[in-house]
Design a protein around this ligand. Structure first.
Ligand code: C5P
Length: 288
């Protein structure tokens, strides 16, 4: 396949403004209801047609072989379309791993969108979103415009207009957590019953209810999470909750207050969006 040039794309993290677990399914997954938001903590992916496949990463910890979700995405695209292009891919990693921020899923979605754009493959976003679900439950979300109400195992994506404008602080100071392990620990009988649509409504009327049903299970596996949360609360953060399946923690910004924790990943983040024709880009707000 003939194509020229490179494509450099942002690959943003996601946060779950709320994450409610509905129940366990026969296929082993859990049905959930969650408001996903893309934020301006971004990896960068550069895709270039090449003679051989090659992936290089700024993070030496990242496995670069076939198990990497970027190759899962590229191989899926090649299998579905029959287009046989080889790619050299450079990944600049900024999103912490095993943090519950969807970094791997975002990289996969970005690779899928990018290879299609690079080759002028003509596959539309709805189709790419459906293919993304074959890679992982969080991948389809990234084909929204940046905010979506997601159900099923996460792959049923209801796109929403931008409705949430807060700044958050994301903190990762603890070892990573494995998503399947956190789900295995979950005690469904202990979860509060809530009507997910009414939680979504709380965001629409600007009285947001932030929570994550995976928090108790994650804190059992990593008790220091409770200490970290209390520490953030003692600094004045009112809304503090677990990111995805952990192990990072999110707090809504206290205006005018900046902070750091020595030796920890601490970042202030804002929402980020994409246009229907393009991929994610920093806006003037993100650049402030
Ligand atoms: O879909 P993904 O590969 O990201 O999921 C990783 C693991 O997380 C699954 O194998 C499952 O154990 C758990 N999971 C779940 N319910 C979901 C999403 C993930 O139980 N909705």
């Amino acid at each position: 396949m003939k194509s020229e040039g490179s494509l450099k794309l942002l690959s943003p993290a996601k946060i779950n403004l709320f994450l409610q677990i509905i129940g366990k399914r026969k296929d082993g997954y859990h049905d959930l209801a969650s408001l996903f938001q893309a934020v301006d903590l971004c990896d960068t992916l550069t895709l270039t047609p090449a003679a051989e496949d090659r992936l290089e990463s700024s993070d030496p910890q990242l496995p670069l072989g076939e198990s990497n979700l970027i190759w899962r995405a590229i191989n899926l695209y090649r299998n579905k379309t029959g287009l046989d292009v080889k790619l050299s891919i450079a990944l600049k990693k900024c999103i912490p791993m095993e943090a519950g921020l969807g970094g791997g899923s975002s990289n996969a979605a970005t690779a899928l969108w990018g290879v299609n754009r690079l080759l002028n493959g003509g596959i539309d976003d709805a189709q790419l979103m459906a293919w993304g679900a074959e890679i992982g439950s969080d991948v389809p979300f990234f084909f929204s415009q940046g905010i979506a109400y997601c159900t099923g195992r996460g792959e049923q994506v209801e796109c929403l207009p931008s409705l949430w404008h807060e700044a958050v602080w994301i903190v990762k100071s603890l070892p990573g957590l494995s998503t399947p392990e956190v789900y295995r620990r979950l005690q469904l009988s202990k979860l509060r019953q809530k009507a997910p649509r009414s939680v979504l409504e709380s965001f629409l009327i600007r009285k947001p209810i932030y929570f994550n049903d995976l928090e108790a299970a994650a804190s059992e596996l990593l008790p220091e999470l409770t200490t970290l949360k209390k520490h953030l609360q003692s600094l004045g953060f009112k809304d503090v909750w677990l990111a995805g399946s952990g192990s990072s923690v999110i707090g809504i910004e206290i205006p005018g207050r900046s902070f750091s924790i020595e030796g920890s990943f601490v970042r202030r983040c804002l929402p980020i969006y994409r246009s229907p024709q393009g991929w994610y880009e920093f806006s003037a707000t993100n650049m402030e």
